[in-house]
Design a protein around this ligand. Structure first.
Ligand SMILES: [Zn+2]
Length: 330
């Protein structure tokens, strides 16, 4: 008997009073108030699945438009006499879902079994994330805590038809809510730009597949204000004074992990590249390109000294080779 009623009049049939959460004998003001609070609820929950939200909202809209119009409401009440028994139907439905075998329930079981069968074949969707690391972190490796929002099926309304889920206080009609999960990730030393790191089964829970997807991290090397990266090598251009260039010096050099000291050989030319072994990424080097800086201001005495130096100098004309080459051209 109950089964027959469920077959002919499915509880999915839209009960506008139930959708708005009001009693069938409520006032128009009650309907407007219920609609307003539903509007607020939907407006404030931007974490909901947009599709489910749109579906639910469409029903609410239809219910409101019908019940808020006295003529339409009268018509609905007359034709929808079945909804005067709405409470009976719901009671039935509750019975059905709490154990009484019925056609509908059997259908649902079949669907669930089918879903489970499919679940084994569906590959869980991977969660892709970009991780920005500093040069130092790339060199040394680093630790990150990643927050993942796993969807979790709502136990409160899992057995209800979608249209009846809207009353669920736990998931607000979406059928699931999200649970925060923190994943600790150790990134190895020697990271490089666009590197892909995959953590199998550590991604988001995939409800369709019934398992966690992979977590796929793409490394992005944050730009360093001073240092550059060329493959495994770290590069830097370092200005030195004319005195340091001529006499040699020991100077401080910025490195990926901080700073170090390096020796400048006497008579170092502009453009000379010093290779600091092992200071790059993953066994690479740090390449220091020297740029000799000439004084921007000199005292009269300094100028005199430079003139004296020039007279003393046995330095050949640095353009001699260029001139020689030019002469060979016809
Ligand atoms: Zn729910």
């Amino acid at each position: 008997m109950e089964d027959d009623r469920l077959k002919t009049k499915s509880p999915v049939t839209k009960d506008y009073y139930y959708i708005l959460g009001v009693a069938p004998n409520c006032s128009q003001a009650d309907i407007q108030e219920a609609y307003g609070s539903l509007q607020d609820r939907f407006g404030s929950s931007n974490d909901l699945d947009p599709e489910a939200q749109a579906r639910a909202w469409k029903d609410i809209q239809a219910a409101y438009e019908t019940l808020n119009d006295p003529a339409k409401r009268k018509d609905y009440d007359k034709n929808g006499s079945v909804f005067r028994q709405a409470n009976d139907v719901r009671a039935l439905w509750t019975k059905v879902t709490s154990g009484v075998q019925s056609v509908v329930q059997k259908q649902e079981q079949t669907q669930t079994q089918e879903l489970k069968a499919v679940a084994g074949k569906i590959q869980a969707q991977a969660l892709e994330m970009t991780i920005e690391v500093s040069l130092k972190e790339a060199l040394k490796g680093c630790h990150r805590q990643i927050v993942i929002n796993d969807p979790k099926a709502c136990e409160e309304c899992i057995n209800l038809k979608p249209v009846n889920r809207m009353q669920c206080q736990t998931c607000r009609g979406v059928g699931y809510f999200t649970v925060e999960r923190r994943v600790e990730i150790e990134l190895p030393r020697g990271l490089y730009d666009d590197q892909e790191i995959r953590r199998t089964g550590q991604g988001k829970w995939d409800m369709r597949a019934g398992m966690h997807g992979d977590l796929v991290l793409t490394i992005k090397l944050r730009e360093h204000p001073i240092l550059g990266v060329d493959g495994k090598d770290i590069t830097v251009t370092l200005p030195i004074s004319i005195y340091e260039a001529v006499l040699g010096a020991e100077i401080e050099v910025p490195t990926a992990t901080g700073k170090g000291m390096m020796k400048i050989q006497p008579l170092t030319q502009t453009g000379r590249v010093y290779r600091l072994k092992g200071l790059g990424i993953n066994g690479g080097d740090q390449l220091v390109t020297i740029e000799v800086v000439v004084p921007q201001q000199l005292s009269a005495e300094e100028i005199k000294m430079f003139q004296k130096l020039k007279e003393m100098s046995r330095m050949p004309n640095p353009r001699a080779e260029i001139y020689a080459t030019m002469q060979t051209l016809s």
